[in-house]
Design a protein around this ligand. Sequence first.
Ligand code: ATP
Length: 290
Amino acid sequence: MKKVVLKAYGKVNLGLDVVRRRDDGYHEVRMIMQTVGLFDRLELKKTSGDSVTLSANLRFLPVNEQNLVCQAIAAVKKKYSLKDGVEAYLEKRIPIAAGMAGGSSDCAAALRGMNQLFELGLKEEELCEIGAGLGADVPYCVIGGTALAEGIGEKLTKLPPVSDCHILIAKPGISVSTKTVYENLDVPGLSSHPDITGMISAIENQDLKGITGRMENVLETVTIPRYPVIDEIKEFLLKQGAENALMSGSGPTVFGIFASQEKAQRALSNLRSFEDVKQAYVVAPVNRES
Ligand code: ATP
């Protein structure tokens, strides 16, 4: 095989809880992850020579070893002593530093792509293992779909798909550092925790109202006081008929879940008057291939 083309999907967190801060500074989480139909496109080509090169459609994105795509390619090349070079091209659409795991998803796509390009025959678990060394959300991005993520995000339990809903994604024109948000989270001071166990039951029962009624993200306690626009967008989406609205990950992306596509599309058009929102899409939940 000479070339592969992959889709790297973004995610939202239907629920995000932080259980405790470990002594090493990492946080133990319980998160319900959901892949959404907004994706980056990654092309990988085998080349002669040993070099790894990356180019992208955004000039400000690092295209050196800081990029998780390069890290994934290098990790696979090293682990399996691959001698050929790889030329990668990344077309970004997932908002950057937005709480949608764009970088982790590109990394996971690069791992899947290397597996295909070099016909390594690696199983999902093996890709997840390599991914865990590159970022806490990478194993989830390898499996995709609906899942419970625990530990620092790497312990995964697959859940049945969430379907029959429409997700409006709205990204305000600010970028948030995940690291800073976690560093400023007062875990013992949290006054409420999401009902993740209840949400899992609602997902198993395909009970959309049971899911949306439990949407909560403890990282909002850090990000919203700094960027009140997040709350304004949530309020706006609720007024537009969303079943519920929440910040994804460490933010600032906000998503609203709508039961009807028509309402979601109308909310998207009305959102255009919201000057602070720089990127907005209506997408569907994406299920893993099975
Ligand atoms: P998460 O939801 O996992 O916290 P995020 O959406 O907050 O992720 P990303 O878009 O993944 O954040 O990127 C955060 C930083 O990672 C960026 O500032 C960028 O410099 C770096 N980065 C490395 N590789 C990539 C990539 N392939 N795409 C985007 N950012 C990348």
